[in-house]
Ligand binder design. Structure first.
Ligand code: ZN
Length: 195
C-alpha cells in the first residue's frame, strides 16, 4: 500500500470531469487500496475521489464510521456512481475537503440520496443514504464532475472566504499530508503538533 499526494483544489485536474472506469483489474484494486491508505493518513478524511490523487477515473472511497485512529469501520468503494434520486428536504452541514486545507464551511444540500454504483467485482449496488453519509457521497460525487464544495455556498460566504482560498491557491497553506500544489510542486506535509 502507498500514500499518494493529494492535489490542491486549484490544480486543473480537480476541475475536469472524470472518465468511466472500464477495466476492473488489479490496477484498480491497488488504486482503491491506496486511496483508503491516503485518506486514513490525513487523520480526519472520510471520503476521497480518484481525481484528488490525480487519477481521472470515476470512483471514490468513503469511510464515515471509523474512529480517528482506527482504520476499521465501513469502507465503501463507489465505482461509476450515479445519483438516481435526491430527497426534497435539504439540510445544512459543515464540509471540509482534503484538497482545500484548513477551510470549512456550511453547505445546504439534499438530506438524502439514492445512488447506484459498481464494486471492484463489477457487481451493481443501489443504496439509500441520508444525513452524514449522504453528505459525503454528494461531496465526492461532485468531485467526479469537477465541482468543489465552495462552489455550492452562497456568494456572500464565498466572498468572505476569498482571502483564505487565495492562500490555498498560492500553496501557502501546507497540510499535514503530501500535497501537489497548483503549480505542480509537491509539499511533503508538516508534522502535526504532538500533544
Ligand atoms: Zn473534497
Amino acid at each position: 500500500m502507498a500514500i499518494i499526494p493529494i492535489y490542491n483544489c486549484f490544480h486543473p485536474v480537480l476541475k475536469r470531469k472524470t472518465a468511466e472506469v472500464t477495466e476492473f483489474d488489479q490496477e484498480l484494486k491497488d488504486l482503491a487500496e491506496n486511496m483508503f491508505e491516503t485518506m486514513y493518513n490525513t487523520g480526519n478524511g472520510v471520503g476521497l475521489a480518484a481525481n484528488q490523487v490525480g487519477v481521472e477515473k470515476s470512483l471514490f472511497v468513503i469511510n464515515v464510521k471509523r474512529n480517528k485512529e482506527d482504520k476499521i469501520g465501513d469502507p465503501i468503494i463507489f465505482i461509476n456512481p450515479v445519483i438516481t434520486a435526491f430527497s426534497e428536504e435539504e439540510i445544512e452541514i459543515e464540509e471540509g475537503c482534503l484538497s482545500i486545507p484548513e477551510y470549512w464551511e456550511k453547505v445546504v444540500r439534499p438530506e438524502g440520496v439514492e445512488i447506484e454504483y459498481t464494486d471492484l467485482d463489477m457487481k451493481l449496488h443501489k443504496i439509500e443514504a441520508d444525513e452524514f453519509l449522504a453528505r459525503v457521497i454528494q461531496h465526492e460525487f461532485d468531485h467526479l464532475k469537477g465541482i468543489l464544495f465552495y462552489e455550492r455556498i452562497s456568494p456572500l460566504k464565498r466572498a468572505m472566504a476569498k482571502s483564505k482560498l487565495r492562500k490555498v491557491q498560492k500553496g501557502e497553506i501546507i497540510p499535514s499530508y503530501p500535497m501537489i500544489q497548483p503549480d505542480g510542486s509537491l509539499t511533503e506535509g508538516e508534522p502535526e503538533d504532538e500533544n
